[in-house]
Write a protein that binds this ligand. Sequence first.
Ligand code: PLP
Length: 441
Amino acid sequence: MKDYPRIVVAPPGPKAREIVARQDRWASTSYPKEYPLVIARGERAMVEDVDGNRYLDFMAGIAVAATGYGHPTVVRAIQEAAGRFLHICGSDFYFEGFAALCERLAKLAPGPSQKRVFLANSGTEAVEGAIKLARHATGRPGLIAFLGAFHGRTYGGLSLTASKVVQRAGFAPFLPEVHHVPYGYRYRCDYCRGEPVCTMRCVTVIEDELFAKQVDPQSVAAIFVEPIQGEGGYVVPPPGYLKALRELCDRHGILLVCDEVQSGIGRTGRMFACEYEGIEPDVVLVAKGLGSGMPIGAIIAKQSIMKWRPGAHGSTFGGNPVCCAAALATLDVVERELLPNVAKLGERLLSGTRRLQEKYAAIGDVRGRGLMIGVEFVKDRATREPAPEIPHKLVERAFRKGLLLLGAGKSTLRLAPPLVVDEEDVDTALRIIDECLDELD
Ligand SMILES: Cc1ncc(COP(=O)(O)O)c(C=O)c1O
């Protein structure tokens, strides 16, 4: 038996309340804030708060803590790197960790083409750089992204984002020449309603409607796609979707950019989620899990595309030596220890959530790959009307019982634990979710 979850004082306890009040007083009002968790320390998939409560983490700090909390290999690599030098600026000078990480990511990215790598500080920065790279490489201004997409909050990233209106409200004008089209959201697809199998109309409509009536495909630099939509609701597109997008891009000389910021680095049981479709994107973006929590992101692009001149793009902090060390250690751990674990436990979690779906009519859809699973709630299975209050209440209730969860999209619960969870953790999470749903019923 593990010593977590263990609630010793109803959260937020007295110490937590004090910190919450202080942070709420001084920090920007824009932080969304999910629930009053005040972390003191963590170990593997356990998070302890300042009042001594211990939680089982099934959100990994928004799908970041890939190797869990305090993985010894990662911590040692960080400590050693920090003891050597904290900064030099990899954009202008050289060090081994930077070279090694670029080489490692270039060789890991899917497909046979030679790759090059740009190191950034975050997912958004990787997206931002990829927008510039796509325009620079093609000489075209246009960008296509998907409804429900989340690509970050800087002006480029935000212009591609179409996840929640609060993220865009008040910030217009956005980047011009950005076009949003429906994602391959099988459960809520207007095109395939009533069809027994997916017609892939959500892809063909790009040519039949957008390119035929509104946008010259020759003016489009890139399509940005999440292989599994993250913030939009952990939406797994139908089989063949990325392949169809790849073919469409090839017909028109458009670059395919796979934003794997949330789905990459082993989360789905493969290093990159797009590997399930056997495609080679022109550009792959990673961040989140890459540094196990240290801020690092990367643009991995075909060498034939990443040919911009010295000075065209750079970053003071991108590829910080401590972050590079964390990323290299994370990749070691993910490759050697975690990938088989993710596949196995992902199956256990998916079948467990499917059993919950049989028990609770409010669960309309269960989908996912590896440890990236979405549970979508509805008011009525026939109409599929979203029930956003259910995941909201469920997340709140689970927190009080010592399970950390997060919602995604309009009415979906996302399950994205650290990749180090074991069978007992998965079963505990399922049991608590079951208990909460039973209480809400
Ligand atoms: C798919 C995707 N792209 C980009 C981002 C932005 O990353 P960051 O918050 O590191 O800037 C996110 C963050 O949730 C994401 O899920």
